[in-house]
Design a protein around this ligand. Structure first.
Ligand SMILES: Cc1cc2nc3c(=O)[nH]c(=O)nc-3n(C[C@H](O)[C@H](O)[C@H](O)COP(=O)(O)OP(=O)(O)OC[C@H]3O[C@@H](n4cnc5c(N)ncnc54)[C@H](O)[C@@H]3O)c2cc1C
Ligand SMILES: Cc1cc2nc3c(=O)[nH]c(=O)nc-3n(C[C@H](O)[C@H](O)[C@H](O)COP(=O)(O)O)c2cc1C
Length: 603
């Protein structure tokens, strides 16, 4: 006899309804489940008896059966911040009795826009003012020629970004402006959240919730929006796990960069990850940098500073709570006001964003404090500096192979500044300088966009430069452990064969044992004419296209610039071997992206 949901869990339904419910929810992803829960909540609030459910094609059912004024929340997120905020907003809206559905941008059917009534968008900006990968399609549609008039739509946009980039919150701003141009009504001024996200996001979400409640007549009082916590919140971004360092090995030998293979123990944490996920690491600033900052301002590191409900010695604030290794524009602007320096003020004029970024590259807070003198009290300094944020590292292992460990491939950020002083990146230096037994605060950042094929017989083409190879080590470990029959093809590029061939032995063994079918290498500085992975792709274009036509999944990981060059090479390959040119080649890649067969993780 088959076991049914009804026989496992007591429900208020008769067997046939319970069976129907099980069939309806079986295999639905979280977005669909969210939508369904909002729909049912709406029915319950209205006190209406449910209509007989027609199992119609997906879009038809969404548009035809949607409640009169549901609130739709769509997010576009690369590293999880926008997703977290959108989830918190959806949860609170639902708790307040609103009918709400939450969708990742690439799950949102653009055809629905012309029926949509209330839409909140939470979206970060990536690359060089680009939308995150999951929101590319939506942004292109809304900004494109095919976008319909949207007079019926009321909307609001919360953008996330980093004001050190020339195109601050560009994706959110673009969406906000395009929606207004299409005739939609802005419910709230757009939010532009900098890296101290909550300073803008918390009040924006609060207003968004209140506005939606007023518009959609929520029956219960609205609560405060707070980020969601997992039910078994053993370790989260806010409450990380102290992972023990098991190994710290230099794997780029004598090359231009110091690259480490790091192994951390997750034993006792309950943390689980899948290949493609990243590990979040909370950094601490190097002690010498903290002391130099205190010296530059002649401040007492032991002085107790209270800010935002927390009281700590100034030294601890600077070590664990504030960014010192990167020079954020808002801080530089405040410093310019205090110092009154004309040169600095001119640089910070709003239309000089790119010039500022060029100037700030490689400068740390202490460099600014030394070069342009100004007085700061400890309290004012803590208020003005940006809160320290965690750094993400692609996980380079599979739990099926390494159990309760997570492996990373970390490029140690170490360089000499203009004055010849050594400067380090906060997190990569913490990792590189830590010895076995040290404990580091970590959490898992899921990355649903960067997943192995669900069908293990599909081929995987993996394109990496530098530390971008990390997730692919995890991919091959995982697929070996599950006995996947799909083939693997790795393209890897770095400066020199002798010093920078990361995990050389492992790849060679994988080739021998049949876990890796093809390996193409590009060592840019070993040849007279620089050769990069995109050149290798072009050389292998015919086979690569054949793999794609055979259903292969394509993954790209590494530097942002490499991601752009690879994309251009792929367009050329598709044009050459399929006869599709320009927009048609782009459509081919967009289709792959929508099918989850073209995923990028670039940083
Ligand atoms: C999804 C994702 C996955 C990632 N995966 C990996 C990974 O697998 N491995 C990895 O190593 N990194 C990875 N990164 C990058 C990583 O998160 C950090 O950004 C990186 O390690 C730098 O952090 P840091 O704290 O050491 O340096 P920060 O303290 O953040 O300082 C970096 C700053 O130093 C400056 N700088 C760096 N190099 C130089 C130089 N040569 N000259 C002058 N200035 C310089 C730049 O201004 C830069 O902003 C990933 C990022 C993302 C978003
Ligand atoms: C590789 C990279 C590129 C970025 N480019 C921009 C940019 O051009 N403009 C901007 O405002 N923010 C930029 N940011 C900052 C992100 O938008 C910011 O960190 C945001 O909080 C990320 O949200 P998410 O986790 O939802 O993607 C960039 C961040 C990364 C990692």
């Amino acid at each position: 006899m088959s076991t049914t949901v009804a026989s496992l869990f007591p429900t208020p339904f008769a067997d046939d309804k319970a069976e129907l419910l099980a069939r309806l929810t079986d295999g639905l992803d979280s977005e669909r489940l969210w939508w369904l829960s909002g729909y049912v909540a709406g029915l319950a609030r209205a006190g209406a008896p449910a209509r007989t459910l027609q199992l119609a094609p997906q879009t038809a059912s969404l548009t035809e059966t949607a409640p009169a004024s549901p609130l739709t929340i769509v997010y576009g997120s690369q590293t999880g911040n926008a997703k977290r905020l959108a989830e918190a907003l959806a949860q609170q809206a639902q708790d307040a009795g609103l009918s709400v559905r939450l969708l990742r941008a690439d799950a949102y059917e653009t055809r629905e826009l012309k029926h949509e009534r209330y839409l909140y968008l939470v979206i970060s900006t990536q690359g060089d003012g680009d939308p995150p990968d999951d929101a590319r399609g939506l942004v292109e549609f809304i900004a494109g020629k095919r976008a319909p008039e949207l007079k019926q739509l009321k909307y609001a946009v919360l953008g996330l970004g980093d004001s050190s980039y020339p195109q601050f919150c560009a994706a959110g701003n673009r969406l906000d402006e395009c929606l207004a141009e299409l005739g939609a009504t802005r419910l709230l001024e757009r939010g532009e959240a900098d890296l101290n996200i909550d300073a803008v996001a918390a009040p924006w979400l609060q207003r968004a919730l209140q506005t939606a409640g007023d518009a959609l007549k929520a029956p219960t009082p609205l609560a405060t929006v707070t980020p969601l916590r997992a039910a078994n919140a053993a370790a989260t971004r806010e409450q990380p796990f102290a992972a023990e360092l098991l190994a710290n090995q230099r794997i780029a030998l004598g090359g231009s960069k110091d690259i480490r293979h790091i192994e951390l123990s997750l034993a006792g944490s309950n943390l689980r990850y899948e290949p493609g996920d990243a590990l979040g690491v909370w950094p601490r600033n190097p002690p010498a940098l903290v002391e130099a900052t205190l010296d530059a301002l002649a401040l007492d590191g032991d002085a107790e500073i209270s800010y935002g409900g927390q009281s700590l010695p100034l030294r601890d604030w600077l070590s664990e709570k504030r960014e010192l290794t990167k020079l954020a524009r808002p801080f530089a602007a405040l410093h310019a006001q205090r110092s009154g320096d004309g040169e600095l003020q001119a640089l910070l004029a709003s239309d000089h964003a790119a010039a500022y970024q060029r100037w700030a590259e490689g400068q740390q807070v202490v460099d600014l404090l030394r070069r342009y003198r100004a007085d700061w009290s400890g309290a004012a300094l803590i208020e003005a500096l940006r809160p320290l944020t965690p750094r993400l590292y692609s996980i380079a292992s599979s739990q099926k192979a390494v159990g309760e460990e997570a492996h990373l491939t970390v490029a140690h950020v170490e360089y000499a500044n203009e004055d010849g002083a050594t400067r380090w990146g906060a997190a990569s230096h913490l990792l590189a300088a830590s010895e076995e037994g040290a404990r580091l605060p970590v959490y898992i950042e899921r990355n649903e966009r960067f997943r192995l094929p669900a069908d293990a017989s599909r081929d995987a083409i993996m394109i990496a430069s530098g530390t971008g190879v990390a997730p692919f080590r995890g991919f091959v470990q995982e697929r070996t452990a599950i006995g996947a029959t799909g083939r693997h093809w790795l393209f890897f590029g770095n400066p020199h064969f002798r010093s920078d061939f990361l995990y050389q032995l492992e790849w060679q063994r994988a080739l021998k044992s049949g876990q890796l079918q093809r390996l193409d290498l590009a060592f840019s500085r070993d040849t007279a004419a620089k050769t990069y992975v995109q050149h290798r792709l072009r050389e292998r274009g015919r086979d690569l296209y054949a793999w794609l036509e055979g259903g292969a999944h394509l993954y790209v990981c590494g530097a942002i610039a490499m991601g752009k060059d690879v994309h251009a090479a792929l367009m050329d390959i598709i044009a050459e071997h399929s006869g599709r040119h320009g927009g048609d080649a782009e459509d081919y890649l967009n289709t792959l992206r929508q099918q989850g067969r073209y995923a990028r993780d670039v940083y």
